[in-house]
Design a protein around this ligand. Structure first.
Ligand code: I6G
Length: 675
């Protein structure tokens, strides 16, 4: 392509991106659909003739043309926190009292606070990372520490810019927000799906979640998803912001969609008025919401307030009451979990609540049933809030049948009949028969195959039950010896499904050490612990041989978890299954060894503040991580070290008041050079 042609091509890319933004982000189209399609066809023609010149920004480049095998795990550099909740005006009042008191104590001043108020969208939280203005990664929230890499899917959303709309992009920007399927899009998608024999979704939230979890981005691209930005994670820029609202306004200029209903309010009255106004608008909105969010608008006050374990002190979600309906308890059964925990479950007369048909509700544990006095035959109120398992709120005593019986927990496991135990200080009863109990065996295999573990496509819960009941498998290792003939011979099993299952099993062999560890189902070893074990110890052999001292020396692993890990690897049958799995070809890439002896900041929590002169912030951060440090955004009692550049502000004073060691940029450079 000669250069005038290239210029014309780039202008066409820019023009199409501009119109897509007007349409999808600003809801203010400047041209008709037909005119847009005409320009798009011209672009396709150019690109067909000059494939070597295709720009990464071109709207044709949003959709990758090959499916993934599974989603890689990503640790969030800045954790994706959750929000505290309030349901009543009294709780909201207590929130404001708490934070104004704290601010007064910390600063000696009294405040009447301004809040940024916004509707709380009921979708999926994601984090989208830009480096030098280019979209490089997108991840789900996951458990807040570790999410899944959904970059190829997020790229297909027209409301997500592939390149930030600015000539001076920040070095790093992580934009956080919610992906939703608009109600209008949801209705249209479901009627299309019904006509074409595709899966119909129960509600827009499930539709958004299911669409982002598609391994084939070509399918995600067909789903009408929108992204609304609400905050930032890691941010490396020369720019300074005084308020949360300024950050949102900046995000809007960069090309992100910000909820039009966001506004600033004063004090409790402002919050409460906003809550009622949005509550009244709720039914008319084109997106589902489950409440509103208030955030202290002043960023320096946010800094002063800091965080509790997993949530900011300076923000709160004011939730709408969850829908409650009445139904009848037809039976109470107990379920045996993967680790033998016994959970009572109410079987209910089918009822629709929160847009979903509910037939079961958890009763948590024995004490909860007795406290609420729930009996078979009772009419009960059932609640389903967001994504959580439905629960029984209370019994309508006036409707209780005359001859109803108090529910009694069983003394023996309903599956293997062994005697149940309750450990001291625990609320739950347990079956301690381990893998000799068919229920625990099945649950362990389901966990092994699950999405965040070995991610075996095509192996649903019912199929695991069938495979165990028919005697085809006893352990996860047996999965890898199944033949198509065996699977196809199961009742109600189509040949195609049998083939798909074997492909899913084969694909799962390429895994990672952390997924494999998580899949083993060791008590209290969740995804984050599995990742810590894998990254710190690098090989399975090291982990299997680790003693209590080396395990408790790792971040966030205490005596109890270490005890479970050691006990697990001591059991000969567990070691046998592991060696069979590896013998069947399960493998993972080597983990890069970092020299622990050469990590002078190993295990330390470090905060960077102020302007650095000799290195960029992202280089400083990367260097600190290489030195073994965990880099966080705010100073607290957990901080070990503050690196203060020029004009360090409130973080400096806070670190001083907490007696935290403070060093300058030169100290960091000297430490790097001494390695
Ligand atoms: O503005 C928000 C909306 C929803 C949030 C948020 C959220 O969670 C679903 N979470 C956080 C941690 C923040 N803002 C800061």
């Amino acid at each position: 392509m000669n250069s005038p042609e290239l210029i014309k091509y780039q202008a066409l890319v820019d023009e199409l991106n501009h119109h897509a933004r007007q349409y999808y982000v600003l809801d203010d189209p400047e041209i008709s659909d037909g005119e847009y399609d005409k320009l798009y066809r011209q672009l396709l023609q150019f690109e067909k003739e000059h494939p070597e010149q295709v720009s990464f920004e071109s709207p044709t480049q949003r959709v990758a043309d090959a499916p993934l095998t599974h989603f890689e795990q990503i640790r969030h550099v800045v954790p994706m926190l959750s929000l505290g909740n309030v349901f009543t005006e009294e709780e909201l009042h207590a929130f404001e009292q708490r934070i104004t008191k704290r601010l007064q104590k910390e600063t000696g001043e009294s405040f009447s606070l301004v809040y940024a108020a916004e509707p709380k969208l009921d979708g999926l939280a994601v984090s989208i990372r830009y480096e030098q203005g280019i979209l490089v990664q997108a991840a789900t929230r996951g458990d807040g520490q570790i999410g899944e890499n959904i970059t190829v899917n997020i790229r297909t959303l027209p409301s997500v810019p592939l390149k930030l709309n600015t000539k001076q992009p920040p070095e790093v920007l992580e934009v956080r927000g919610e992906v939703v399927m608009l109600r209008s899009g949801f209705e249209a998608y479901n009627s299309w799906a019904e006509k074409h024999g595709e899966k119909v979704f129960a509600n827009p939230r499930n539709a958004a979640a299911g669409s982002l979890r598609q391994l084939d981005p070509r399918k995600t691209a067909k789903r009408p998803l929108s992204f609304f930005a609400y905050s930032v994670g890691e941010l490396v820029t020369e720019k300074h912001f005084g308020t949360h609202f300024e950050v949102l306004e900046w995000l809007a200029t960069l090309g992100f969609q910000i909820n039009q209903l966001n506004t600033l309010v004063k004090g409790l009255t402002g919050c409460s008025d906003f809550y009622h106004r949005i509550g009244q608008l709720r039914a008319q909105l084109d997106f589902d919401i489950d409440g509103v969010v208030y955030k202290v608008n002043d960023l320096s006050l946010q800094d002063t307030l800091g965080f509790v374990t997993k949530a900011p002190r300076w923000a709160i979600a004011h939730k709408f009451p969850a829908e409650e309906v009445t139904t009848v308890v037809e039976d109470i059964e107990v379920q045996v979990g993967r680790t033998g925990s016994i959970t009572p479950v109410a079987r209910l007369q089918a009822v629709t609540v929160g847009g979903v048909t509910v037939t079961n509700a958890t009763l948590h544990n024995e004490a909860e049933i007795y406290r609420k006095d729930i009996r078979v035959g009772d009419t009960v109120f059932v609640r389903r809030a967001g994504d959580v398992i439905p629960e029984v709120v209370k019994v309508v005593k006036s409707k209780r049948p005359k001859n109803s019986q108090i529910f009694k927990m069983p003394t023996h496991c309903p599956v293997c009949n062994s005697l149940l135990f309750k450990e001291e200080g625990e609320a739950v009863l347990r079956c301690v028969n381990g893998m000799d109990c068919d229920a625990q065996r099945k649950e362990s295999i389901k966990h092994f195959a699950s999405r965040k573990a070995m991610d075996i496509e095509g192996l649903g819960d019912k199929l695991v039950d069938q495979l165990v009941d028919s005697g085809l498998i006893h352990t996860p290792a047996d999965l890898y010896q199944l033949t198509e003939q065996q699977v196809a011979g199961l009742p109600r099993m189509a040949e195609k499904s049998a083939q798909n299952l074997l492909i899913g099993i084969e694909n799962s062999k390429k895994s990672t050490l952390s997924r494999f560890l998580y899949a083993l189902g060791i008590r209290e070893v969740g995804e984050a612990t599995a990742l810590t074990l894998a990254q710190s110890m690098q090989t399975l052999e090291n982990i299997m041989q680790a003693d209590i001292d080396s395990l408790t020396a790792l971040p966030d692993i205490g005596q109890v978890v270490s005890g479970h890990i050691i006990a697990y690897f001591k059991q000969p049958q567990n070691r046998t299954v592991i060696s069979q799995l590896i013998g069947h070809g399960i493998q993972w890439p080597d983990i890069q060894k970092s020299d622990q002896n050469n990590q002078p900041l190993q295990g330390q929590t470090v905060v960077l503040t102020g302007k650095l002169n000799q290195m960029t912030r992202s280089d400083a951060k990367a260097a600190l991580q290489q030195l073994g440090a965990k880099v966080t955004g705010s100073v607290s009692t957990n901080t070990d070290l503050l690196i203060a550049g020029e004009n360090a502000g409130s973080k400096f004073t806070k670190a001083q008041s907490l007696g935290i060691k403070i060093v300058d940029e030169q100290w960091l450079i000297d430490t790097i050079n001494q390695r």
